[in-house]
Design a binder for this molecule. Structure first.
Ligand SMILES: CC(C)(COP(=O)(O)OP(=O)(O)OC[C@H]1O[C@@H](n2cnc3c(N)ncnc32)[C@H](O)[C@@H]1OP(=O)(O)O)[C@@H](O)C(=O)NCCC(=O)NCCS
Length: 175
């Protein structure tokens, strides 16, 4: 559990639990709706998922939330690859901080938690980010990620195409 002080209100970053499912669903759908070009997943698709599917996602254990008091203000996830030849690899995603809580260190606390989780499980971490998402790219570089590729027209929203960048960092214990 990570703890950061936010203008005298502590931010706690911890693993999401099944009891967080309603808040998680609300925050996740808010992110997908407000920033469709920044996520591969679609808000309408996920809004139609039954609650059990959201709970199962949480039970897999890779979701983290940033809480101020009892309010969920941001989310992130880490998942390790399961195929034998890829098990040393993982990815970070589902990264979203509610607008009122941006620029205050919440995003850094979430990313630190995800990288720490990655370091417990794998040696390499990847993520993708929409090429125009400059703030997020700056944050990822601050956390040691490098751009390793560009996927043209990776995301299509309302007929507009958006490139995505692939970013990578090592998290092996020797780093
Ligand atoms: C991406 C996202 C999670 C980043 O969160 P954020 O709070 O905006 O990011 P940061 O913590 O980097 O904060 C923004 C700025 O405030 C600064 N900042 C962070 N903590 C600070 C603090 N405690 N005091 C002062 N400034 C601070 C950062 O340095 C950053 O400055 P920069 O933009 O000049 O680099 C958030 O913008 C978001 O949810 N975006 C929409 C969804 C999205 O794009 N998700 C990523 C998909 S790949």
């Amino acid at each position: 559990m990570a703890r950061a002080l936010l203008r005298h209100r502590p931010v706690i970053v911890r693993r999401l639990e099944p009891a967080d499912v309603d808040a998680f669903r609300t925050v996740r759908l808010e992110g997908l709706r407000n920033h469709p070009e920044n996520f591969g997943s679609d808000a309408d698709d996920e809004a139609s998922y039954p609650l059990e599917r959201w709970t199962k996602w949480i039970e897999r254990g890779g979701g983290f939330g940033a809480f101020v008091d009892v309010e969920l203000v941001g989310i992130i996830s880490f998942s390790a690859e399961t195929q034998k030849k890829h098990r040393h690899q993982g990815s970070i995603g589902s990264f979203y901080v509610r607008p009122a809580w941006r620029g205050r260190g919440v995003a850094d606390a979430l990313m630190t938690a995800a990288i720490e989780e990655a370091a417990r499980q794998v040696e390499h971490v990847s993520l993708t980010v929409t090429a125009s998402n400059e703030g997020a790219i700056r944050l990822y570089k601050r956390h040691g990620f490098e751009v390793v590729g560009r996927i043209p027209a990776s995301i299509r929203v309302d007929g507009a195409d958006h490139d995505e960048l692939s970013m990578h960092r090592r998290v092996a214990a020797s780093d």
